[in-house]
Design a protein around this ligand. Structure first.
Ligand SMILES: O=C(O)[C@H](CCc1ccccc1)CC1(C(=O)N[C@@H](Cc2c[nH]c3ccccc23)C(=O)O)CCCC1
Ligand SMILES: [Ca+2]
Ligand SMILES: [Zn+2]
Length: 329
């Protein structure tokens, strides 16, 4: 249908006023559709369909949920407003930072569905679209309110179209880590993951920490923190071999590379967020493959830094030190 791009308004999950692109359809209704970025950004309402059913419907049949439309330019669904706004922000981040036009670099439509499940405490990229739960209000609030969560999910799509790291074991932990790293680069004012939407009644906690992984209890081994060194990696079978756990080892390396610091007796000179994001993007886009392990991550980052800054650069030296610090040879 013929669309006119125009500006819409609404309030996000935390009550903040948001402005975003919408479109007016032939029916005179306004749609949560941004026709100005790539082939479009579309946000839908899953109407509480259980995640595994929605996963199948969207994966197999391309079902996206119900159109979110309004008789006026104000949209009153906070979860939908933030999913739309945050998808625009992540699109802009990849375009502005790496000149990547959406996850396929050909402007692929960014599709989000909110209100997946009933109080679902999670979110996911299912290969076709982003799915967001509303949380149960205690463990999580609407997960689309977390800019780092949207960046995390969309980076799974970018990884899938580049290194396509297998979601298991070490490649899986790297897949997860790259999503957390880009999540921290887009949601740039901290090194926490999910802090905005995790436990709404508790201040200062987060789902994961990139700067100090060990500060948060490891859900698979609660007597310890998340691992921040290869020697502390989880070797069990849960969570596809701990992909959401061992990601913290590489997350720590990325934090040290970016901001510097000393860990396990090794001091790293920070290269800054701008250089760190370029190194990781080039590593995943140009050098890593489906079965890359932690050691290959180190080599890929060294090669990426060499391409970008030279073999004898301080950036290459910092990559080596960062991986020394987390015990990855
Ligand atoms: O993208 C991902 O890696 C996670 C997707 C998990 C998923 C995969 C397949 C089907 C359904 C859900 C979602 C996020 C995640 O890290 N989830 C973790 C932690 C977590 C969130 N909610 C939970 C509820 C129970 C247990 C663990 C969790 C997980 O699923 O492990 C990423 C950012 C925030 C949520
Ligand atoms: Ca964050
Ligand atoms: Zn993930």
């Amino acid at each position: 249908n013929a669309i006119d791009n125009m500006t819409g308004f609404g309030k996000g999950v935390f009550g903040e006023k948001q402005k975003f692109e919408i479109a007016k359809g032939d029916d005179g209704q306004y749609y949560l559709y941004d026709g100005t970025r790539g082939k479009g950004i579309h946000t839908f309402d899953a109407k509480e369909i259980p995640p595994f059913i929605f996963n199948i419907l969207s994966g197999l049949f391309g079902y996206t949920g119900e159109e979110i439309k309004s008789n006026h330019k104000f949209f009153s669904d906070p979860a939908a407003v933030d999913a739309h706004v945050n998808a625009e922000k992540v699109y802009d981040y990849y375009k502005d930072t790496f000149n990547r036009n959406s996850f396929d670099n050909e402007g692929a439509q960014l599709i989000s569905s909110v209100h997946v499940g009933n109080g679902w405490n999670n979110a996911a990229w299912n290969g076709v679209l982003m799915m967001y739960g509303d949380g149960d209000g205690t463990t999580f609030t609407s997960l689309s309110g977390g800019l780092d969560v949207i960046a995390h999910e969309l980076t799974h799509a970018v990884t899938e179209r580049s290194a396509n790291l297998v979601y298991e074991g070490e490649p899986g932990a790297l897949n997860e880590s790259l999503s957390d790293i880009m999540g921290a680069m887009v949601d740039r004012d901290d090194w926490q993951m999910g802090e905005d939407i995790y436990t709404p009644d508790i201040e200062g906690d987060a789902l994961r920490s990139l700067n100090d992984p060990a500060s948060i209890p490891n859900p698979l081994n609660p007597s310890e923190g998340y691992p921040d060194n290869y020697s502390k990696r989880y070797t069990g079978d849960l969570d596809h071999g701990g992909v959401h756990i061992n990601s913290s080892i590489n997350n720590k390396a990325a934090y040290l590379l970016s901001d510097g610091g000393t860990a396990y007796g090794v001091t790293v000179k920070g290269v800054g967020r701008d250089a760190a994001e370029q190194i990781y993007y080039r590593a995943v886009n140009n050098y890593m493959t489906a079965n890359s392990d932690f050691s290959m991550m180190r080599q890929a980052a060294i090669q990426a830094a060499t391409d970008l800054y030279g073999a004898d650069s301080s950036q290459v030296e910092s990559v080596k030190k960062a991986y020394d610090a987390v015990g990855v040879e």
